[in-house]
Write a protein that binds this ligand. Structure first.
Ligand SMILES: CC(C)(COP(=O)(O)OP(=O)(O)OC[C@H]1O[C@@H](n2cnc3c(N)ncnc32)[C@H](O)[C@@H]1OP(=O)(O)O)[C@@H](O)C(=O)NCCC(=O)NCCS
Length: 166
């Protein structure tokens, strides 16, 4: 690839691209206003993948008393299968380890095989089903969780700086 991709903490400059990504990826997409709100949310932790000044992927979670609830993971279609979502999730894991979080959990559509494989590759395991969790179209959610060993990684430096990916 002629230009590299960097993983950076979310800033206001990423919001419009993130909203476009949401609209492209999800039937019930977050709006730019909802995403911008996350910048002021003390529980929110978001990372963006940036290529040539454009946000081509992002992942985020809410850290609620040491429990992580992943809110969104999305990568622009033409940038998929290059390890971007995997790299974004690694940033969340580093944050979680550095903050002694107990687990990260998420819901995913049962039919979303690609995302489920991604999460399994990252160490999430299937914990249960939330019936009719999604609308447009209605579908059950698979509940997946990645547990952290108590104290794992608590010696990690807090690393929220820019990172070169590809
Ligand atoms: C799911 C999604 C985020 C994956 O992003 P990505 O950057 O393409 O994922 P990566 O390249 O990091 O994939 C890492 C691994 O996950 C698995 N994986 C990812 N996408 C996959 C797919 N479509 N089919 C099968 N396996 C897949 C593979 O094991 C892959 O490793 P490999 O390419 O070496 O085989 C992306 O497809 C997307 O944005 N989809 C629409 C939004 C969405 O469904 N988000 C999840 C909501 S819960």
């Amino acid at each position: 690839m002629e230009h590299s991709i960097r993983i950076v903490p979310m800033g206001s400059e990423h919001v419009m691209d993130m909203a476009d990504l949401e609209a492209a990826c999800f039937s019930e997409a977050w709006t730019a206003a909802q995403l911008a709100y996350e910048l002021d949310n003390p529980h929110a932790v978001y990372f963006c993948a940036v290529h040539d000044g454009r946000t081509v992927g992002f992942a985020g979670m809410h850290n609620v008393l040491g429990e992580g609830y992943i809110t969104n993971v999305a990568v622009l279609e033409e940038f998929r299968r290059r390890g971007i979502a995997y790299a974004l999730l690694q940033e969340l894991f580093e944050y979680a380890a550095g903050h002694a979080m107990a687990f990260l959990t998420l819901e995913v559509r049962q039919s979303n095989d690609g995302a489920i494989r991604l999460y399994e590759k990252c160490g999430f395991t299937r914990q249960g089903i939330r019936r009719r969790f999604y609308q447009n179209p209605s579908e059950d959610a698979l509940l997946m969780t990645k547990f952290f060993v108590s104290g794992e990684g608590t010696d990690c430096d807090e690393d929220t700086g820019d990172r070169e990916l590809l």
